[in-house]
Design a protein around this ligand. Structure first.
Ligand code: AMP
Ligand code: MG
Length: 278
């Protein structure tokens, strides 16, 4: 079964209609078992993606502080080869980045064919934090939805599979996670007074997320809202979507590789024949 449906822009959504504690009636043990199977398949598919090098994969992770972007990356990466995978994290723009259009730093980090890149935050920050903190006038950030769609369409028509995940947690869950960071010395490095200040803007962020989802969910770059109060369900749902997106390409990739193998073999044979003849 498929746990989550893609948003492709045909239906507008409201975030408060989506239960952040949803877990498809599974328990943690079942969920983790299924997740492990999916990650094994993902590892195989990623190797084919790399070998065939006809497609690229771009995974966008967004979510409020503590939603689990880092945890998701650790989980997804636990199975794939670092040879053809990397993470690109987007922070407050440097002066050089800020002196360019907002997509300049993003475009440089997009995946090449054969590789997978995870965006830990992304170009969406330019319609999220930038909007919430009024860093540019409304006319500027409003125009960005269309600019983002055009950019993502460019990537998609050039062979990039784009998957965008909003990690959706409740306000109560965020408070609990922030407090845990205060208690757990291994998590204390993540403590930030800014997180408590940002939390006061919770409703503004929810509205900004909702608008980003509703304006920028497209058939070529769908958004998924991932119920993320349960970390194991978040991991499972994302693993499943990755696998189900790549699986239909398996045959095409295998054919590619077979054809390439045959061609090389023919050349090796021809080389031997020439050698034998001389
Ligand atoms: P973290 O992900 O916790 O390392 O924090 C990165 C910070 O950079 C977050 O507070 C983001 O909101 C901020 N950030 C990322 N992109 C932008 C942007 N385009 N403009 C302003 N702030 C940004
Ligand atoms: Mg942070």
């Amino acid at each position: 079964m498929t746990y989550l449906k893609p948003l492709d822009g045909t239906k507008k959504i409201q975030l408060h209609d989506i239960d952040p504690s949803y877990h498809a009636g599974l328990d943690k043990e079942e969920g983790e078992k299924r997740s492990a199977e999916l990650l094994a398949e993902l590892a195989e598919l990623q190797e084919l993606l790399y070998a065939a090098s006809t497609h690229a994969v771009l995974i966008v992770l967004q979510g409020i502080d503590t939603a689990g972007k880092d945890g998701t990356i650790r989980h997804v990466f636990s199975s794939v080869s670092p040879q053809s995978c990397r993470v690109a994290s987007f922070k407050v723009p440097t002066p050089e980045e800020a002196a360019h259009d907002f997509l300049w730093r993003i475009h440089k980090q997009t995946p090449a064919k054969g590789s997978m890149v995870i965006f830990n935050r992304s170009h969406y920050e330019d319609v999220l934090v930038v909007r919430v903190h009024k860093l540019v006038p409304e006319t500027v950030w409003r125009a960005r939805y269309e600019q983002i769609n055009a950019f993502e369409q460019l990537l998609a028509t050039n062979g990039t599979l784009i998957l965008k995940f909003l990690l959706h947690i409740s306000k109560e869950e965020q408070e609990q996670r922030l407090r845990e960071r205060e208690k757990d010395p291994t998590k204390a490095w993540k403590l930030s007074v800014a997180d408590w200040k940002e939390r006061e803007l919770w409703d503004d962020y929810q509205k900004a997320f909702e608008d980003a989802l509703n304006h920028c969910a497209t058939p070529f770059a769908p958004w998924y809202v991932v119920p993320s109060n349960h970390k194991w369900f978040r991991n499972l749902a994302i693993a499943e979507i990755l696998v189900e997106t790549l699986r239909p390409l398996r045959q095409e990739w295998l054919k590619q590789l077979e054809a390439r193998g045959k061609e090389e073999l023919a050349q090796i044979k021809a080389l031997r024949k020439d050698k034998d003849a001389s």
